[in-house]
Design a protein around this ligand. Structure first.
Ligand SMILES: NC(=O)c1ccc[n+]([C@@H]2O[C@H](COP(=O)([O-])OP(=O)(O)OC[C@H]3O[C@@H](n4cnc5c(N)ncnc54)[C@H](O)[C@@H]3O)[C@@H](O)[C@H]2O)c1
Length: 353
């Protein structure tokens, strides 16, 4: 047998730039990392009237040839059909291997555009311009892209890192309160998995008062966790705290009537209650997480029964064969990854919770 070793390169480093007003200047900020002259800006129907012109004008002023593509806002759009339409727009815009896409919008826009960029002509560059709190502190960092399948959330996708991410905190001024709270669920998650200091600050102060610091802190935590584990074989799994159950809740509601952050928040509390009951977590942790969620108008409980929650979780990407990976809090600021046989999950969560 001959064995020929093929080296593969690690994903390239990229910068996340955080500056108030940077949307107006995004063309110049993109120039240093752009290989081609053409781009397609992808956005959704809510963000289009707010920010598309600003971004297109800035890109044009910087000398780029710019086209745009708008898809219907909302998680319901996170489908292969939308990706297919996007790919069609890439073709119509005449994008070549050196050109790039720009994802202007929330996590849905970022995930879909990144995925379309990952598979178009086997991969073109893309730039993230996240406009929701959730996308600024979470989904725009780490290079996970994808779409939902009817079987579950984010079941199709690719790891494809952006060339640059431009965060303009001023965009949050137009974000409906509901989605601001939604992003704060992920900020609370960062506190629980990695930073008691951040968690305490979220409980003691109003997040609006330290939003730039909050974005920087959360992006730094996600950077630290993803940097050495891009393909999620180890520490990166911590970021899934609350997500296995959260995704199951989202799926139960067919990705309607409940936001990602709301579902993740409930998932965090369910996991903390279970961990406390199983003697793995400092008592009172679930109560603290509940307090933080309530402070930002996020729900902490669901009426869905445990059996149904677990059935939904079995389709989750955190399942490995007959086992499931769970992120379990030990106390605020410290979480661990636990492997559990799927058939023990109902017991672990508590059938009669
Ligand atoms: N890739 C990752 O690592 C990762 C991590 C976390 C979440 N996600 C994904 O992110 C998605 C959720 O992201 P999201 O909450 O940003 O959802 P979203 O993209 O649907 O945005 C939420 C809503 O806000 C609107 N909006 C966006 N920016 C606005 C602004 N500045 N002003 C007014 N309205 C604005 C959108 O049109 C939408 O209606 C989920 O699909 C989730 O799976 C991905």
């Amino acid at each position: 047998m001959s064995a020929i070793k093929i080296s593969v390169t690690k994903p390239e480093a990229y910068d996340i730039l955080i500056e108030n007003g940077s949307l107006k200047n995004c063309g110049e900020l993109i120039k240093p990392v752009a290989r081609g002259k053409s781009c397609l800006v992808v956005t959704d129907t809510n963000v289009e009237p707010l920010y598309l012109d600003t971004v297109v004008d800035s890109l044009k002023s910087a000398g780029f040839t710019v086209n745009s593509h708008v898809f219907p806002a909302g998680e319901e759009s996170k489908t292969f059909r939308t990706v297919e339409n996007m790919l069609g727009a890439f073709v119509s815009a005449g994008l070549t291997r050196t050109d790039f896409a720009v994802a202007l919008g929330g996590g849905v826009t970022g995930d879909l555009t990144g995925f379309a960029a990952a598979i178009y002509q086997r991969g073109i560059d893309y730039i993230g311009i996240p406009t929701t709190l959730l996308s600024q502190i979470d989904s725009s960092v780490g290079g996970k892209t994808g779409c939902d399948l009817v079987y579950g959330k984010n079941l199709a996708g690719a790891f494809h890192a952006p060339k640059r991410v431009i965060i303009d905190p001023d965009c949050l001024d137009t974000l409906p309160q509901k989605f601001f709270s939604d992003g704060l669920a992920e900020a609370i998650k960062y506190g629980v998995i990695k930073s008691k200091k951040l968690f305490d600050r979220l409980l003691e102060e109003d997040a609006h008062g330290f939003i730039n610091e909050l974005i920087e802190e959360c992006v730094s935590i996600k950077r630290d966790v993803t940097e050495n584990d891009f393909f999620e074989n180890g520490e990166r799994m911590l970021l899934n705290f609350g997500h296995t159950i959260g995704h199951s809740i989202e799926k139960y509601y067919n990705f309607k009537d409940i936001t990602h952050g709301e579902a993740v928040g409930i998932g965090m509390v369910i996991m903390a209650v279970a961990a406390e009951r199983n003697g793995e977590c400092e008592l009172g942790t679930a109560k603290l997480i509940t307090q933080a969620l309530h402070k930002y108008n996020l729900p902490a409980t669901t009426s869905i029964d445990t059996q149904k929650l677990c059935e939904g979780a079995f389709n989750d990407k955190k399942r490995r064969g007959k086992d499931i990976k769970l992120v379990v809090p030990e106390r605020i600021g410290v979480c661990t990854v636990k492997t559990l046989p799927c058939d023990r999950l109902v017991d672990y969560i508590g059938g009669d919770r």
